[in-house]
Design a binder for this molecule. Structure first.
Ligand SMILES: C[S@@+](CC[C@H](N)C(=O)[O-])C[C@H]1O[C@@H](n2cnc3c(N)ncnc32)[C@H](O)[C@@H]1O
Length: 275
């Protein structure tokens, strides 16, 4: 189902921060950020080839090791992970709250000879529109940090939990905001996620309640994303508090501790209850 609010936002041609960008700290702001012109540039930012190289078979092997087959990609974006998983033989359903993103994802999947099963849905009321249960849910690309209030984060995680089978897993990633908040952003490090060489991506403003990223493209276009700077331990605790029974956190696809601070954390939360 599509709400009238979302239909209206389909017409937005420019990102809309109401003239007060640092004050926009709402979970629904994403609807006014992924305007068509930004969505069309998204693949230049993430660079499918570079990203596939950076991630390797991390997600495929993680899912295969646990015997997971039916996957819900809740932050489909332009379809990168949905397509990677389809290529590896997983059954995939693709959700996003942005119609522009889903439409681009559908086209990208067509270009790879797949027909994407898409659902337009907001995570906060996911189960209104998604009725099947899944072995795994993936929420990747720093997407969860679009949620600004703890209420929305709890609500979303509860919706994800409910859409999983009894032994399902949630794979959710986030930028290393601890490092950004405490040390500063290292602009040289974008090896794994946002790989496009012709795009500069860095924070324009950082405080404990907002990390506003600025994306400068080679053709002179600039876009922004307002994100909530989640701290790693906060996310891990929240996952446990909503009912997941174990959380394992990887840094940049590595299990072992490295000298360097990771750019991204990947949390794998288990639903299975082992009394
Ligand atoms: C940073 S993009 C990441 C896209 C993709 N996973 C990637 O890594 O390229 C975040 C995505 O999450 C979606 N999103 C953000 N908040 C959402 C919400 N509350 N409900 C549904 N989708 C949401 C956006 O529309 C966008 O496509």
């Amino acid at each position: 189902m599509t709400s009238p609010q979302r239909c209206k936002n389909l017409d937005l041609v420019e990102q809309d921060y109401g003239g007060r960008p640092l004050e926009q700290r709402e979970s629904h702001q994403y609807e006014k950020e992924y305007v068509q012109s930004f969505v069309e540039k998204w693949d230049e930012l993430i660079d499918w080839e570079g990203r596939a190289k950076g991630e390797g078979r991390f997600f495929v092997e993680l899912l295969q090791r646990r015997g997971k087959q039916k996957v819900l990609d809740v932050a489909t974006g332009t379809g990168f992970h949905s397509v990677q998983l389809l290529k590896s033989g997983f059954e995939v359903a693709s959700v996003d709250g942005s119609a522009q993103m889903l439409s681009q994802a559908f086209q990208n999947a067509r270009d790879h000879n797949f027909i994407l099963r898409t659902t337009l849905a907001d995570w906060r009321w996911l189960n209104r529109d998604v009725h099947e249960k899944y072995d795994a849910i993936i929420c990747l690309g720093n997407s969860f940090t679009h949620l600004f209030s703890e209420r929305d984060r709890r609500r979303t995680l509860a919706e994800f939990y409910a859409a999983l089978r009894h032994d399902g897993i949630l794979i959710l990633d986030q930028r290393n905001y601890d490092a950004i908040l405490d040390v500063g952003f290292d602009a040289k490090k974008h090896t794994y996620y946002y790989c496009g060489e012709s795009v500069s991506a860095q924070p324009d403003h950082v405080d404990e309640g907002l990390c506003r990223f600025r994306y400068d493209f080679s053709d002179g276009q600039t876009f922004y994303l307002n994100m909530f700077p989640l701290r790693k331990e906060y996310t891990r605790n929240l996952l446990m508090e909503v009912g997941f029974t174990a959380v394992e956190t990887y840094g940049d696809f590595q299990q072992t501790h490295r000298e360097e601070e990771p750019d991204f954390f990947i949390h794998v939360a288990e639903k299975t209850y082992n009394p």
